[in-house]
Unconditional design. Sequence first.
Length: 202
Amino acid sequence: MEPGFYNNKDLILDEIWALLSKGVKDRNEDFRLPVVVLNSKQGPDARIVVLRGAYKEHNTLRFNTDIRSEKTEFIKNNNQIYFLFYNKERKIQVRATGTASIHYKNSTTEEAWKKTQVMSRKCYLAEHAPGTISEDPTSGIPPQYDGGSMVPLEESESGYDNFSIVDSKIHTFEWLYLASKGHRRAKIELTDSGPKTYWVTP
């Protein structure tokens, strides 16, 4: 049985946001780990991030990063951002384009940091910036907390100095559904007056 959105483009946007919202909450959802593409001076620069927020009412996607990472420098120089999602079971691919902004030591990061588990805060305790060359294999985390060692809550607070959030205002989605009887593809423009959806040849 074909899904309702197969021949009804007005149902596609809700399907996209449902998968994005599930990706934030469900570790097993494929949309939880999108590929993000930024613009470096050498060209496109891609990596996988963990989706931390999907706000339909604001057309915004969120992920966290170390403020010292290359990602923040790329965004400061060129805030155009691209996402690629794929759900293998549902055979749905979504590409998103938008503009990114960085939150650092403000009310947004304060609220998110309070909700961040200690095991996740551990990543922000690295002594050197992500990408720093090392002569030996390293996690970057201080030796006393490396491996399976737990970090005391009070000591995890120092990681806040390296914690930042990237919010991306999404302008367009491109949706692709793979089906043996015939693929479906659509483009959605998110405008101030509301979304506009068009069928596109796959």
